[in-house]
Design a protein around this ligand. Sequence first.
Ligand code: COA
Length: 177
Amino acid sequence: MDFTKLAQVQLSHDTNIRPFKCSEDDLNGFLFDDAKQFHKELMAVTYLIEYPQEDITVAYFSLLADKITFDPENKSVWNRLNRNIPNPKRRRSYPAVKIGRLAVHENYTGEGLGTFVLDSIKYAFTKVRRLGCRFITVDALSSASPFYERNGFMFFTESDKDDDTRLMFFDLRNFNI
Ligand SMILES: CC(C)(COP(=O)(O)OP(=O)(O)OC[C@H]1O[C@@H](n2cnc3c(N)ncnc32)[C@H](O)[C@@H]1OP(=O)(O)O)[C@@H](O)C(=O)NCCC(=O)NCCS
């Protein structure tokens, strides 16, 4: 796939959503049943990735504001995270953007598209910089956590290691292109 030909469309109430299917039914359902409602209520913004030649949505993701907060039970993670932040700027919480949903069409997985989408989010919050945002967070499906790890995300706690989803984060100061 030629990534330079991909178009990113912000979903709105009248967007015609091209067909999409991934391996997770919840994520298919969100796109067609919930995304416009989240948009209307200002609870999340969804972006569609389209490939002009194909009448399908090749990937989509949604974003919402978040923060990452000190948890006394996860002191070691917090200390590691704080090591990257100069002393005068250290806080008990930091601004973040949450990836509420991220999915790649089942015909296009394993081609680097998920990584491309993550890089575009990292770029948007470091180079374009509409607001101060230090971390990306995601409640990653356990099955997808290796994908996030490959892309530099870390686990926030070990206490969710047997859950269906795991809280992960990425320090945007580590993004260099
Ligand atoms: C998870 C998902 C977004 C990954 O997208 P993708 O385009 O297939 O990922 P990439 O091709 O960019 O993969 C990047 C790396 O992660 C690895 N990877 C991707 N998905 C993986 C998975 N589920 N388990 C283990 N490794 C995975 C790839 O092998 C690749 O490794 P490499 O750099 O050594 O080659 C996609 O498979 C998907 O949409 N799955 C269904 C929905 C889902 O689980 N979404 C995540 C919700 S939190």
